[in-house]
Design a protein around this ligand. Structure first.
Ligand code: AMP
Length: 281
């Protein structure tokens, strides 16, 4: 695996690979890699002749400074896992390499209502930061395929919107959520859970399943209330339990039995904020 720290070096390597006729698959991450990340690498390897992964903990997408400071860093382990996965290149840039003009900017991305609902509402500025880093990484890497996880459902919608806004010639490949044996969605933040919290964390998955089961039987508001109560009873501090249109993410208040829906949850267990989702039908 090639290790690259400079944007210019990445550009050179990608140009060389393209000249050799390789399609480029790109997997952006913030590190602390788990099997969910590795599944994106595996998908890219199936569809692309050359797979590049980036590890960059993007300061501009953290609205909570403590969350940024406590974000796990396991670079050595990550490098080893990527080597084993068959990833071709690891891009490990510094903050200066990604933001040569500094962290503050006047530029904004017009994400419309996506920025004010769900994660957008609870993490102001988060998606602008995501767009900044993805825009910059895509400019440098210029891949044919971009691999992202459905675990971050709203982020997938934001990135699709970004690709449209920037008129990029790129296919966005959304990959399924990998889960632990008990159903907890794999996440770098799971490492921060204490033993007891880790056991309770599975309640999110149970709640998603409960919502799915109840969908044909109850009205949406009642289901969401009961789901919120299930989480609170286990000690979660709930930001939202929301049922929304699976394509637009606009909140749904009733169901005509045809509309495709998704349930999304964000909740704190102690200091750790977890998110998860499940398509309902
Ligand atoms: P992160 O390092 O958390 O920014 O995630 C990097 C990429 O991996 C994003 O596209 C995530 O959606 C994706 N990802 C995170 N967790 C999972 C998971 N459990 N299964 C599949 N993909 C995931």
């Amino acid at each position: 695996m090639i290790l690259v720290k400079r944007a210019g070096d990445l550009q050179k390597e990608i140009a060389k690979q393209k000249q050799q006729g390789n399609r480029i698959g790109f997997v952006p991450t913030m590190g602390a890699l788990h099997e969910g990340h590795i599944s994106l690498i595996a998908q890219s390897r199936k569809e692309s002749g050359f797979t590049a992964c980036s590890i960059f903990i993007n300061p501009t997408q953290f609205n909570d400074p403590e969350d940024f400071e406590k974000y796990p860093v396991t670079i050595e382990k990550d490098t080893y896992a990527l080597e084993r996965s068959g990833c071709d290149l690891l891009f490990l840039p510094s903050v200066n390499e990604i933001y040569p003009g500094g962290l503050s900017t006047d530029k904004t991305y017009d994400l419309g209502y996506l920025e004010t609902i769900l994660e957008g509402k609870y993490r102001p500025g988060h998606f602008q930061g995501v767009c900044r880093v993805v825009d910059r990484l895509l400019q440098i890497c210029q891949p044919h395929h971009l691999y992202i996880g459905q675990k971050d459902y709203q982020q997938c919608k934001v990135i699709e919107k970004l690709v449209t806004l920037l008129h990029l010639d790129l296919s966005v490949r959304i990959c399924p959520t990998l889960r632990e044996k008990d159903g907890l969605a794999m996440s770098s933040r799971n490492m921060r859970l204490g033993k007891e919290e880790r056991q309770k964390a599975v309640t999110i998955f149970k709640t998603l399943n409960y919502v799915k089961e109840m969908l044909p039987k109850n009205d949406l508001q009642e289901i969401m209330n009961k789901a919120g109560n299930m989480l609170e009873k286990e000690g979660f501090r709930v930001d939202y339990v929301a049922i929304a249109d699976a394509t637009t993410l606009i909140p749904a208040d009733h169901w005509d039995k045809k509309q495709k829906l998704v349930v999304l949850i964000a909740a704190f267990l102690g200091e750790v904020r977890l998110i998860d989702n499940m398509p309902l039908n």
